[in-house]
Ligand binder design. Structure first.
Ligand SMILES: [Fe+2]
Ligand SMILES: [Fe+2]
Length: 195
């Protein structure tokens, strides 16, 4: 069996989640919940589209997915569904800054597009579908049916602020010789590969 350290999705996961200073046990449990998703070529294609600033859609989705997974474990909720729904919640595969979608305005339409794309590649359960389709509440008025969906609504917004502020921090520190927290995180992840 191929060593997971050589897999594209696994490496991307490590690099992205280093920002959250994860424990090894958390990473292993998380990867086993999302392995088929994160190693899927269409999911990896999300890395070609920018979500916020220089953060790609895949990086944002990994943040949302992993933080939701940790919160769900702490609260005794369905962490596998949170990890999977979180990773697919923005699975729309276009640059929303320039592309006008036929279904309507991006903010309203993309949860449905993400669910449709996700169902093309994977079998989703009811909780995962709810997590994906309701994550934009209250912009979309569809009322979340599961507690997991409420978690993702909060975590999605938290991650958007985190990603935007890290980028701001990085640009403020550029040129003064100090490494940004994001860069330190990437170096830490590269250290894991060498272990
Ligand atoms: Fe979204
Ligand atoms: Fe999102």
């Amino acid at each position: 069996m191929e060593n997971k350290r050589h897999k594209k999705g696994y490496r991307k996961m490590l690099r992205t989640l280093a920002l959250h200073k994860p424990k090894r046990e958390q990473l292993d449990a998380y990867y086993s919940a999302v392995e088929d998703l994160i190693e899927n070529a269409a999911v990896l294609d999300m890395d070609a589209f920018i979500q916020h600033g220089r953060i790609t859609c895949l990086e944002h989705s990994l943040h949302v997915s992993f933080v939701s997974f940790k919160v769900a474990r702490k609260l005794g909720l369905r962490s596998r569904e949170m990890a999977r729904g979180g990773l697919l919640h923005d699975f729309f595969l276009y640059d929303w800054h320039v592309t006008k979608c036929r279904e309507g305005k991006h903010a309203f339409a993309h949860p449905v597009i993400a669910k449709r794309n996700a169902e093309r590649h994977f079998t989703l359960n009811e909780v995962e579908k709810d997590v994906i389709v309701k994550h934009m509440w209250p912009v979309t008025l569809w009322w979340p049916r599961h507690r997991e969906s409420w978690i993702i609504i909060g975590v999605d917004k938290y991650c958007a602020v985190l990603e935007t502020s890290h980028q701001l921090w990085e640009s403020l520190r550029a040129g003064n010789g100090k490494p940004s927290p994001l860069r330190t995180g990437v170096e830490k992840a590269e250290g894991w590969f060498k272990k």
